[in-house]
Design a protein around this ligand. Structure first.
Ligand code: MG
Length: 217
């Protein structure tokens, strides 16, 4: 695969992993899960640089969550953990934009997270990162700033469930294909943004992106 446009065309499934960093689970008052907490985002929520993040109607607290994304290379079904890395085609840096007020309401009522996680523009991504550029997905620094102020500075070594385990686990339930995406969870430091803010994400020396936040009208 080459280029983020091709990825965006191919992607048919996005699997999100929640609470995959201890410090992030703690900052929202959540316990650490004993198995991966899985949710989905629709591929239609992907945006590329040049497009804006739109705050959903009625949302009063939208959060940035910077995450390492795993882009799948080939059909992935019941993949053993030991072979999982053979199915990685590359990576992207992504924001799992989350309507936190919608999510808190859903959590309280035991309702699904769709309104919090799946709205239009909720999955801004970086350029495609070829697999060779990240030799170990557990040795990646994840940075996120808002209006030039650092908000998140995490490291993928702190993931609770690691990439091969996640691919193997997810592939038991969802068949993944070329271009599908796994969002591996966010480190601590998530927080609100408002219309007019500028979010920057970075893996130092590898990739960088900038997205502006606007209101949906
Ligand atoms: Mg997330």
């Amino acid at each position: 695969m080459s280029g983020v446009q091709r990825f965006a065309q191919l992607c048919r499934t996005i699997v999100g992993v929640g609470r995959n960093y201890k410090d992030h689970a703690a900052e929202l008052g959540n316990s650490v899960p004993s198995k991966p907490l899985i949710f989905m985002k629709p591929p239609a929520s992907i945006i590329l640089e040049g497009e804006n993040i739109e705050i959903p109607v009625g949302c009063s607290e939208i959060h940035h969550e910077i995450e390492l994304g795993i882009v799948i290379q080939s059909k992935c079904k019941n993949v053993p953990e030991a072979e999982a890395m053979n199915y990685v085609g590359g990576y992207i840096l992504a924001l799992d934009m989350t309507a936190r007020d919608f999510q808190n309401e859903a959590k309280k009522k035991g309702q699904p997270w769709a309104m919090a996680k799946c709205f239009d523009t909720s999955c801004p991504v970086s350029n495609f990162i070829p697999k060779e550029q990240i030799s170990d997905p557990h040795d990646v620094q994840l940075l996120c700033s808002v209006n030039d102020t650092e908000r998140q500075n995490g490291h993928t070594k702190d993931m609770i469930f690691r990439v091969p385990y996640l691919i193997s686990y997810i592939s038991k339930y969802f068949t993944l294909n070329e271009g599908d995406l796994i969002l591996t969870g966010t480190p601590a430091g998530v927080g609100p943004v408002k219309s007019g803010d500028v979010i920057q994400g970075e893996i130092p020396g590898v990739v960088k992106f900038t997205y502006k936040v606007t209101s949906r009208v």
